[in-house]
Design a protein around this ligand. Sequence first.
Ligand code: IPE
Ligand code: IPE
Ligand code: MG
Length: 240
Amino acid sequence: MLDMTRIPKHVALVMDGNGRWADKRLMPKMGGHNAGMKAMKEIVKRASTLGVEHLTVYAFSTENWKRSAEEVGGIFKLIVVYVDNELKELNENNVRVNILGDYSMLPSESVERINKALETTKDNTGMQFNIALNYGGRDEIKRSVQDIAKLVKAGEIEPEDITEDLIGEYLWTGKHHADSPDPELIIRTSGELRLSNYLLWQSAYSEFIFTDTLWPDFTPEKFEECIEEFQGRKRRFGGR
Ligand code: IPE
Ligand code: IPE
Ligand code: MG
């Protein structure tokens, strides 16, 4: 049974397996991404209902540019479709949308829809929905270091003032951007046992759940099972 008093505040998802889901059905890859978007819609709703305060999804990595122009373009087009279909309901559910990553190089139509989603939901006080888009953990740490280096160069801080907290503040999840705590739970679907450059800094003490389920088959019930498994974990943070 889920303990509703111990729902993790921040859950992060690696939505992997869309391609294999499509392959199994002899479909083009985009059929898998489309099904993946539908699965994501349901997880967002359930997470919000359960009282998850921050939900982060890995939608496109800094390495995903290696894919064909057709697939990359198709994924960015799906963002347009998602906002057009879902923004009203997200807003009604008091969800606040945030982007982790520099999305300015996406096609203008996608940038425009993202800006609309950010603007429409910016004052909402319910679940914060972070979409990691053109996101890479190493890129994020590099950017934080660059921002802090500028402060040092300008004489605003001394090198000794650089703390772990300060580095965290300039990450996409930090207080200058999305302002989300570190995820207690990271779930990756499709059986791959790796992080693929996701939330490298923030995952220092996260609990991990890897499931063989391909992302389009990941249901709200399976999401709840993962939270239940998380609730059975003993977290020690290095202590006794
Ligand atoms: C994850 O599914 C979605 C994105 C990376 C955008 P994949 O497309 O990586 O699916 P597999 O890993 O090929 O099955
Ligand atoms: C991670 O999945 C990125 C997203 C889910 C957006 P990938 O499919 O890109 O990761 P690798 O290539 O298997 O490591
Ligand atoms: Mg994959």
